[in-house]
Write a protein that binds this ligand. Sequence first.
Ligand code: CO
Length: 190
Amino acid sequence: MIYPIVAYGSPVLKRLAKEVDPSSAETKILIDDMFETMYASKGVGLAAPQIGLSSRVFVVDASPFAEDVEEKESIILKKFKRAFINPVIIEQTGELWAYEEGCLSIPGVHEKIPRLREIKIRSQNTKGDWIDEQLSGLSARIFQHEFDHIEGILFPDRMTPLKRRMIQGRLKNLSAGKVDTIYKMKFNVK
Ligand code: CO
């Protein structure tokens, strides 16, 4: 099932999401629906709050980025296609690097956001096993963007006050439902 995407300005996007039962039937259906919704809206990541559910789940598929990078990272990005359940960041290291980000909940806004290059993470699969991984570069960036969503953080929160001021008008219009997207959106979702 394809869900509408919850727009900027909705309280659900600012809330700390709750852990889920990784092996329940609901979680499996949720993940299937989230992949379907992400592909329909041409995103590379989608977190449960973006379909109105305050759950610690997100899906990613970085393969659209695999074209623009060197071979080693390209192979990693092509395989970076899965669901993360109840994820945690164990460690963030490496240098800060800025790269332009966008978000399905904030269409029309793109801005360079600084993030750390390397992360150690832990998350569950649908059998309930915990998996430890190390991510770097774009996959680490996508993970951190989606992880922010389940913490109630959106990428404008990571902009400088000046840049945030510059997009304020657009964010106001968006919260009020003035937007034009290829996918359906839902506004002011509690
Ligand atoms: Co986003």
